[in-house]
Design a protein around this ligand. Structure first.
Ligand code: TXA
Ligand code: MG
Length: 325
C-alpha cells in the first residue's frame, strides 16, 4: 500500500516523487487528485495508467498563482473576473492555451484549450515549491467513485502509487465546476459548488449548460462515479434488498426494511450532502445491497452538481458506454 502522510510531513516526499515523474495523491478542496507534473509527458501517462483510464481525456491543470496561470493560458476579461473572484477555489476555467505554455500535449489531449484551476491549501503549496503546474484528475480508478478521503484513495489506488497525502475529508466533496466563457454566455461544462447562480450574479451573463462539441461534455450521460451496486434515483418507496441514501427528514415508505441507510444531510443542507456524497455511496456499497435507492434532492444551487453525479452513478454501465475518469 501507499504511504499515508499528513501534509506537514509529506511535502518533501511528494516533491521527490513528482520530480521522479511519478504521480502522488493529494487533497484538494473538491476531491483528492492524482497529481503529476503537467509538463512531463511520461508522468502524465502514468496518471492514465494508474487510473486505468481507457482513453486519453484532457486533464485539469492546477496552478499556484496568476503568473503561472497567465504563462499557460490566455484570459479574456470575464474569465479574469471569474478567476479573481473564485480562485483559489473550486472553479475550473477552459481557456485558449498560450503559445509556449509548456504543458504536455497529453494533458490537453491535443486541444487548443486548457482546463485551468487554482486550488487552495497543500495543493497550492506543492505547486509553488515544484515551480510547475500539476495535472490532476480525481484520485480513483476509472469509472469509480472519486476519493474524498485519504483512506478511500489508498483502498482504491494504494497498490499503484507511493504516497497519499492525508488532508482529511475533502471540504466540498464533488469535483470543481468547469466553465467556459463564450460569446453566448458562460457555459457550464460540469456543475459543481460554484453554482450557475454564482456565475450569473458575478458576470451578468446568461448561463448555458453542456458542451458544444463532444470533448466538452465528456461522458455527460455515461457511467461515471459508479458504485458496484445499481443506483435507483428519486426513490419514494423502498424495495426489498435495497440500501437507502436519504436526504433531509426522511419519510420514505419502507425505510425500516433497508439493508443499510445513510442520510446525506438530515437537516437538508446541500453543502453537507455534497461533502458526504461519495463516502456515503461507498459505505452503502459495502453493505452488500444490490441496489442503492436515493431520495430526491432539490435541483437548485449545489443540488445541480449532486444530482449530476447521482445521474451518472445511475447511468447504464459497461464497456459499451465507455465509462471513464
Ligand atoms: O475538482 C476537480 O476538478 C478535480 C480535482 C482533483 O482538482 N479534478 C478533476 O479532474 O475532476 P478531471 O481530470 O477528472 O476532470 C477533467 C474534466 C474532464 O471532464 C475533461 O474532459 C474536462 O475536464 N476538460 C479538460 N480539459 C478540457 C478542455 N480543454 N475543454 C473542455 N473540457 C476539458
Ligand atoms: Mg474524475
Amino acid at each position: 500500500m501507499a504511504k499515508i502522510l499528513p501534509p506537514e510531513q509529506a511535502l518533501e516526499d511528494a516533491l521527490d516523487i513528482l520530480r521522479s515523474g511519478e504521480p502522488v495523491a493529494i487533497p484538494t478542496e473538491t476531491v483528492y487528485g492524482l497529481a503529476a507534473d503537467a509538463t512531463n509527458g511520461e508522468a502524465v501517462a502514468r496518471i492514465f495508467e494508474v487510473k486505468g483510464r481507457p482513453r486519453f481525456n484532457p486533464l485539469i491543470v492546477h496552478v499556484a498563482d496568476m503568473e503561472m496561470a497567465h504563462r499557460i493560458a490566455v484570459f479574456d476579461e470575464i474569465s479574469l473576473t471569474l478567476a479573481q473572484k473564485f480562485w483559489p477555489g473550486p472553479l475550473t476555467l477552459v481557456l485558449p492555451l498560450r503559445e509556449g505554455h509548456g504543458v504536455h500535449g497529453l494533458v490537453s489531449a491535443g486541444l487548443e484549450t486548457v482546463a485551468l484551476r487554482m486550488p487552495r491549501g497543500f495543493a497550492s503549496q506543492l505547486i509553488q515549491r515544484l515551480g510547475r503546474p500539476l495535472a490532476a484528475p480525481s484520485a480513483n480508478s476509472s469509472g469509480k467513485i472519486s476519493g474524498t478521503t485519504a483512506q478511500a484513495v489508498n483502498a482504491d489506488l494504494g497498490g499503484k502509487i507511493k504516497l497519499v497525502v492525508d488532508g482529511g475529508p475533502a471540504d466540498v466533496g464533488v469535483e470543481s465546476t468547469i466553465a467556459k466563457v463564450t460569446p453566448e454566455g458562460v457555459r457550464i461544462l460540469r456543475p459543481g459548488s460554484v453554482t450557475a447562480g454564482d456565475l450569473e450574479a458575478l458576470t451578468g451573463l446568461a448561463v448555458l449548460r453542456g458542451g458544444t462539441k463532444g470533448i466538452e461534455a465528456p461522458g455527460m450521460m455515461l457511467s461515471h462515479y459508479a458504485p458496484d451496486a445499481r443506483v435507483r434515483l428519486d426513490a419514494t418507496e423502498l424495495r426489498e434488498g435495497e440500501a437507502l441514501l436519504a436526504f433531509g427528514p426522511s419519510r420514505i415508505a419502507g425505510a425500516g426494511t433497508a439493508l443499510a441507510m445513510l442520510n446525506l444531510s438530515e437537516h437538508g443542507s446541500l453543502r453537507e450532502a455534497a461533502a458526504n456524497l461519495y463516502s456515503h455511496l461507498q459505505a452503502l456499497d459495502r453493505s452488500g445491497a444490490s441496489v442503492i435507492a436515493v431520495e430526491p434532492l432539490p435541483q437548485e444551487g449545489l443540488g445541480e452538481a449532486i444530482n449530476d453525479r447521482l445521474r451518472r452513478a445511475a447511468a447504464p454501465r459497461g464497456n459499451e458506454s465507455g465509462s471513464q475518469q
